[in-house]
Design a protein around this ligand. Structure first.
Ligand code: ADP
Length: 144
């Protein structure tokens, strides 16, 4: 029985999101679960090289985070999961690291993730999906 499901969402990839919807719905319906949706805003090492991360760039990052969260909230509506079961998260950092970190924080017992971008010519796993499969402490459902 799953109590905490983590669904990482790349908000720039609506095709991937559509792919995972039925799988998330199936698990959210069967199980009495909290579904955590996470989007990660990749941080730009370039900024910090310029010394901007702690000055001019900071308020921008906060705006970015709010914008990402509201985009994510819009996307999550398509999953049609009762609101009380849903929690959304937007953080900055490296997607794979942040996904694994939140999995620990919310004690995820299942992660549902798409394998890779459809326009990638590989049949393998994308770099974030691969790292999550490899390092997660819980089962990972890879949607293809
Ligand atoms: P690709 O390299 O083909 O984009 P990824 O491994 O990055 O493949 O993406 C596969 C899945 O990883 C996505 O469907 C999503 O679930 C997750 N993911 C990738 N980037 C992010 C991100 N910035 N925030 C949250 N999840 C992400």
């Amino acid at each position: 029985m799953y109590r905490s499901i983590l669904v990482p969402i790349d908000i720039s990839e609506s095709e991937l999101t559509r792919q995972v919807i039925p799988y998330v719905q199936a698990h959210a319906v069967i199980n009495i679960a909290k579904v955590h949706f996470l989007t990660v805003i990749p941080s730009h090492p370039y900024y910090s090289t310029l010394g901007l991360a702690y000055s001019a760039a900071l308020p921008k990052l906060k705006d970015l985070q709010e914008e990402a969260l509201s985009r994510l909230n819009e996307i999550v509506k398509a999953f049609k999961i009762p609101m009380e079961k849903v929690q959304t998260h937007a953080v900055t950092g490296t997607p794979k690291d942040q996904i694994l970190k939140l999995a620990d924080t919310v004690q995820a017992d299942l992660i549902i993730i798409a394998s890779h971008r459809p326009d990638m010519t590989t049949y393998l796993l994308g770099s974030n999906a691969a790292a999550v499969v490899r390092h997660a402490k819980c089962p990972v459902l890879v949607v293809r």
